[in-house]
Write a protein that binds this ligand. Structure first.
Ligand code: PHE
Length: 339
């Protein structure tokens, strides 16, 4: 039995060393330590030995088992790391990684942030109001009479209860003055709605940015300076800003603002970009009546307001030919704008 065990050890260690891969090694293991493997059977034969031989053979059996188990473990480790290395060798670590798609700001968001940032530097604070407005906030308080065409059902989305989708963010001027006292310096970016036929330059929903400055002694000079500064910051120091007389019900005098700059299609043409004016005293009177005080006493305070559409600005600035591109969610369009 002793020779048999020594021979078994020799064979086992040789076969283990010779196993070329993990499945060959597994076959060797089964043949040695499996249920009917040689080592298992040798263990069973211990019963037939004479009692006095058992300790010595038992010791040898234990040694053989320890040696074989250790050899099996070592070879398993060796073969699995070799298998892993072979797998790794198929990968080219110098290949560039797969880039993860990173989102970017929508061009309108991008422009809005730039605009807000410029006005912030001049001390304007952000203000907001609801998209669903009362007629009073959107029209009456803004000195827009009931027979004004903007109030027409053909131009404005009315809800069954008489409220409406605001046609401009000027309603935020009104809400701000209802709730606060001068000095007021706010900008209000947000959605505005008009019952427009959708085409390359019109959407039924667009984005406006409105500004309001009310204090004692605010002049037309302040309005000019503020907007000239804004457009030069946005379009470059070569930007020329022109104020052309116009009419809005809620400002007097009123102007449309035209801008020319290299950044705006080469600067050949004056482009009409915004509306503005000095707040009409009739608007202050409406606010005072609503508040029940004289916080906006037209003899003491003056103010200016302005408003412009962000889509139109972005179209000219970024050379976007069709306003519908802003809402189509086409990645090929959106991914052209850096965040
Ligand atoms: N609310 C005007 C519009 O939608 C723009 C504007 C705002 C004009 C403030 C003057 C003052 O066209």
């Amino acid at each position: 039995m002793r020779e048999e065990l020594n021979a078994l050890r020799g064979d086992a260690l040789r076969d283990i060393a010779a196993a070329a891969d993990l499945s060959a090694l597994e076959q060797v293991r089964v043949a040695i330590t499996g249920r009917s493997g040689r080592l298992t059977q040798a263990g069973e034969q211990m019963r037939h030995l004479a009692k006095e031989d058992r300790p010595e053979v038992g010791k040898l059996l234990h040694e053989v088992r320890t040696a074989v188990t250790a050899a099996l473990e070592a070879r398993t480790a060796e073969l699995s790391s070799a298998a892993e290395e072979a797998e790794l060798a198929q990968i080219d670590p110098t290949m560039p990684g797969r880039a993860r798609a990173v989102g970017s700001l929508h061009p309108l968001q991008h422009l809005q942030r730039r605009a807000v940032e410029i006005f912030r530097r001049m001390g304007f604070a952000l203000a907001e109001g609801p998209d669903i407005e009362t007629e009073w906030h959107c029209f009456d308080a803004l000195n827009t009479p009931p027979d004004h065409p903007a109030r027409n059902e053909q131009d404005t989305f009315y809800l069954p209860d008489g409220r409406l989708l605001r046609t401009h963010t000027s309603s935020v001027q009104i809400r701000t003055m209802e709730n606060r006292t001068p000095p007021i310096r706010i900008i209000a970016p947000g959605a505005a709605y008009r019952r427009d036929e959708v085409d390359a330059t019109h959407l039924a929903q667009f984005t406006q940015m409105e500004g309001l400055y009310v204090d004692e002694g605010v002049t037309l000079g302040d309005l000019k300076g503020t907007l000239e500064y804004f457009f030069r910051e946005l379009f470059g120091s070569d930007a020329k800003v022109r104020f052309r007389p116009h009419f809005f019900p809620f400002t007097e005098p009123s102007y449309e603002i035209d801008v020319r700059a290299a950044a705006l299609g080469g600067g050949e043409r004056w482009l009409e970009l915004a509306g503005c004016g000095m707040v009409d005293p009739a608007v202050f009177a409406q606010i005072n009546e609503r508040r029940g005080d004289q916080a906006f006493d037209p003899d003491k305070v003056t103010g200016f307001a302005f408003g412009f559409g962000l889509e139109r600005l972005a179209m000219i600035l970024y050379g976007v030919p069709d306003i519908r591109m802003f809402v189509e969610n086409d990645q090929r369009f959106l991914s052209q704008f850096p965040s």
